[in-house]
Design a protein around this ligand. Sequence first.
Ligand SMILES: [Zn+2]
Length: 199
Amino acid sequence: MITRHFGIPVTSPGAILRRERDLGTPLGQETAEVLRSGGLVSDKIIIELIEDWLRLHGGHGFVFDGFPRTLPQAESLMSMLTKLRTALDLAVWLEVSEETVRDRITGRLQCGECGFTTSSSSAQFANRPVCPYCDGRLERRNDDDLGVLQTRLQEFHTKTEPLGAFYKKLSILHRIDGNRDRDTVFSDVSKLIEDKTAK
Ligand SMILES: [Zn+2]
């Protein structure tokens, strides 16, 4: 939604890794197993992927979704950006309850072609699971298992939660209630981006 609305490229480690997996690269095959079990891919690999992506696509602004997830990742991002003479404008923390996470995981569909995601409860997709943008097939992501949720929550508490303090110290942290519907959350995030780009 951010790419369509603002023309800013968005990526996530998950999207990059799924692409590697679909291309059958050694890295993709190696990390597919970790993703299936709900673990986090090593900081080293994630950092390398992000650094490559930044070099190729990050020249005129970028948004990372689900990165950084650990302190070492956050620190590496800072040094990458220093090298590129770029500052981080915003860190948006979408706060969601465990219940919301559970609901979304069980109902999420993703386009195998372009990565568009939607929920299976959206009535218009119920009978015809086809992507509205590219006619690709909408499928359940196979790492979206409730079984891996516990592992992820554990990883989140020990590794990701400390990032709140890290970005708060840099005065760029904004917490947004992510339990509301997609459009409301998007409108709040949009306001933050607009405030930044208006300056
Ligand atoms: Zn699509």
